[in-house]
Design a protein around this ligand. Sequence first.
Ligand SMILES: Cc1cc2nc3c(=O)[nH]c(=O)nc-3n(C[C@H](O)[C@H](O)[C@H](O)COP(=O)(O)O)c2cc1C
Length: 393
Amino acid sequence: MKKILLGVTGSIAAYKTPDLVRLFRGLDIDVSVVMTEAAKRFVTPLSLEVTSENPVYSDFFDIPLLHIDITNDIDAFLIAPATANTISKCSCGLLDNLLSASFMTSKCPRLIAPAMNHRMYEDSIFNDRLNYLKEKGVIEIPPQHGSLACGEVGIGKMAALDTIVNAALKAMRPAHLKGRKVLISAGPTREPIDPARFISNRSSGKMGYALAKEAYLRGADVTLISGHTCLSPISGIRHISVQTAAQMKQAVLENCAVDILIMAAAVADYKPKNYSQQKVSKSDSFTLKLIKNDDIIEAVTSGKKCPFVVGFSAQTGNRIDIAREKLLKKSMDMIVFNDITMDGAGFDCDTNVITIIDKDNEYSYPLMKKEDAAFKIIEKIIEKIIEKIIEKI
Ligand SMILES: Cc1cc2nc3c(=O)[nH]c(=O)nc-3n(C[C@H](O)[C@H](O)[C@H](O)COP(=O)(O)O)c2cc1C
C-alpha cells in the first residue's frame, strides 16, 4: 500500500482536506497528516484523524524525533493547501514547526498545492521562493484562476482535488513513459442515419480513459481521441472529441506521429450508406443499407506511421483465435482480447477480464477493475518496448 504524508497549512482551502484524504483512502492509499498551528484554525485535527484513520501530528516536541520518523517510509509528501508562509519557509530551510522540518527530512517526491490571494501568488518575492523550490525538484500543482475566498478574482484558488490526487499518483509511479508520446482512442462512434438518429454500440469509454490516465501517470504525453461518452476529461491529457468513425480515422491519422498508439475505441464497422437530411418518417418498415467503415488500425500500420500499435478485440466467446488473426493481419504489436459474454467483462461496466496477446505469448488475467487492467496493459507495453530497445542494441 502506498503512503502519503499530507501537510495541511493555514489557508481557507484547508476545509477541503478531509475530502482530499477520503479520495486517497478510496484509492487504498494510506494517509498521515501533519498540520501547522494555523491550519487548526481552519479544519479540526479530529476531522482529519477520522477520515485518515491515523493520528494527526502537529507538535514538534510531543514525540522526540517525530519530524524524522514520520517521513521514513512515505512514498510522497504533499502540502495541500500550501500557504505563502509555509512555501517561503520550506524554500529558506526554516524548520520552526513539525511540517517544515518533516518537509526537509523527506526524500520522496514532494508536492505543493498553493492556495492564496492572487496578489500574494503573483508577488515577486514569493515567486522567487516558489521557483527556488521548483528548481530543487519540488512539484507545484498550480492553483486555478477564479473567485477567491477573499471575494477577489484571480489566480490562487487551490487546484481541484482530482487534479491534486492525479499529481500525487503520478509522482509515486515510476515514470517509464517520460518523454514518450501516446495516442489513445476510446468510446463508441456514432454513425448518423438522419438528424435525429444514429447507430452506435455499448462502449462506455471507461477502458480507454483508464489507459489514458495510466499512461499519463507513467509520465507520457497523452492525447485521447474520444467518441461520445459520459466521462469527464482527465486533467493533464489532451482531449479530441469525435462522433463518427470517419472523424476518428482522421483524428488518429493526424495525430499518430507518436511512440505508442492504443486503439481502445469501439469503432463502428458499418455506417448507413445514405444519410437522410430530413428525419425519416415512421412507416410500417424501414430498410437501412449499411456499408463498411475504413479500418483505422490498418490505415496506420500500412503507412508504418507508429512504432508500437495496440488494438482491442471484443468477442462473444473464447475466440482468442480471432484476436490473434487480427493481430497478425493488421500488423499490430499487441492486442487485448476480452470475451464480452463473461460477467463483468467488456462494455459499459467498471471491470474487465483481459488476455494480452503478442506475437509469441498470451497473458490472461482474472476479473479486475478497468483501472487495474489498464495498469497491466501499460506495464506489458513498457516491458515490450524495453525488449525492443534491447534487441536493437
Ligand atoms: C481568514 C484567513 C485566511 C487566510 N488564508 C490564507 C491563504 O489562503 N493562503 C495563505 O497563504 N495564507 C492565508 N492566510 C494567512 C496564513 O494563515 C498565515 O500566513 C499563517 O501564518 C500561515 O501559517 P502556516 O503556513 O504555518 O500554516 C489566511 C489568514 C486568515 C486569517
